[in-house]
Write a protein that binds this ligand. Structure first.
Ligand code: KG4
Ligand code: ZN
Length: 360
């Protein structure tokens, strides 16, 4: 640094301190806060680069077989301050250096969202800094901009999470268009609900992935007949349920004896449904830059099949690093960064909402 600024030694300034002050004053420093479901997370983004990404996972929900909203809100209240402090510390920035505070405004569990929103608003008010209200599903898509090389615009993104399944056309960071989405269950729900039928604990998605790797897709389940780019997954769970009931009549140990093959078969069906529609979307739009996003993009079967399809179709493919696929605050911080650059500040009167379309 000093070599580029030869005048500095003559100013008798400690170059290290000067460098830090100079960098900070010229930089856009965004704190991101995520609390939409059962992860309390905070991250710091400086000029589009992620400098810290802290997540406190709430293990308490496992014993109930799903997320208990009231318990999630309480855990967020306990976790939020230490998580934010750790994110700031790891990034090496102080509160005064923040340019803006980004938080998940929608969609999610309303009580959980309220904790992050109240915290972010208080901080913005106390520091007199801009507040940036981020849409969680937009942030999942923009997680693809964190790693390099990032996709150039426009690109397509298949976002698959526990609550949503969407094919999104991204014209620019702040202009996203939903081309298709699920009419009922999300892909993550299809994994978790099918896993539950197999007796696996919540969340079943990662476990189904693990067992599927040791099995073969020898059983077939009906695929939904939905026209256009929308999805449906509620029929799959019923199809799995009836299949298991029929098999268990003659062999009560059927699930136990066929667990890995059942997992591989269910996973194969979900992945096939997802990628068929993605292929149609790419054909319809003529776009060949294609991304994955959301918690289910951590699935090894989906990643492998997506990359293989990309090679076959001549796509440029992108998948965020594992820690940016599942819920995290780095994606909130990077989305907040783009909103900050566009002066899209939220008023202090902004409220979280459980359901919402992308911010216009
Ligand atoms: O994006 P995410 O972390 O939270 C939401 O916004 O919903 O996604 C969570 C979902 C859960 O349904 C979980 O079972 C699923 O992602 N998931 C997986 C895997 N890892 C997480 N599903 C299948 N295979 C995985 N490896
Ligand atoms: Zn999510």
């Amino acid at each position: 640094y000093a070599a580029n600024k030869p005048f500095l030694p003559f100013l008798f300034v400690n170059t290290k301190i000067y460098s830090a002050i100079y960098t900070m004053s010229a930089s856009v420093v965004i704190l991101g806060i995520e609390s939409s479901c059962d992860e309390t997370a905070a991250a710091v983004c400086i000029d589009g680069q992620i400098r810290s990404n802290i997540i406190a996972t709430q293990a308490i929900h496992e014993q109930y077989g799903g997320v208990v909203p009231e318990l999630a809100s309480r855990a967020h209240m306990q976790n939020i301050l230490p998580v934010v402090q750790q994110a700031m510390q790891q990034a090496g920035v102080g509160m005064a250096q923040l340019s803006g505070i980004a938080f998940t405004q929608a969609p999610g569990l309303i009580g959980a969202l309220l904790v992050g929103a109240s915290f972010a608003k208080s901080l913005a008010l106390a520091l007199q800094k801009p507040l940036l209200a981020v849409h969680h599903m937009q942030a999942h898509v923009l997680a693809n901009l964190i790693n390099q090389p990032a996709p150039a615009f426009p690109f397509l993104c298949l976002t698959v999470s526990g609550g949503h399944t969407q094919i999104v056309l991204c014209h620019s960071p702040l202009h996203l268009e939903v081309l298709g989405e699920t009419l009922d269950d999300a892909a993550g729900e299809a994994f978790d609900k099918s896993a539950k039928l197999l007796g696996l604990p919540y969340p079943g998605g990662p476990l189904m992935d693990k067992y599927a790797q040791q099995g073969n897709a020898v059983f077939t389940f009906a695929e939904p007949q939905i026209t256009g780019l929308n999805f449906s997954f509620s029929g799959l769970k019923t199809s799995v349920l009836y299949f298991l009931q029929a098999q268990q009549k003659t062999n009560p140990r059927f699930v136990e004896e066929n667990l890995t093959n059942l997992c591989a078969s269910i996973q194969h069906t979900i992945v096939t449904i997802l990628l068929k529609k993605l292929k149609v979307a790419a054909k319809q739009t003529g776009i060949t830059r294609v991304c994955l996003a959301g918690g289910v993009s951590a699935n090894s079967g989906l990643r492998r099949a997506f990359l293989a399809l990309g090679t076959q179709q001549g796509w440029q493919t992108f998948i965020p690093a594992f820690e940016y696929c599942t819920d995290n605050a780095a994606m909130i911080a990077i989305t907040g960064y783009y909103q900050y650059l566009d002066n899209r500040y939220a008023p202090l009167s902004v409220s979280p909402t459980a359901r919402a379309a992308f911010h216009a």
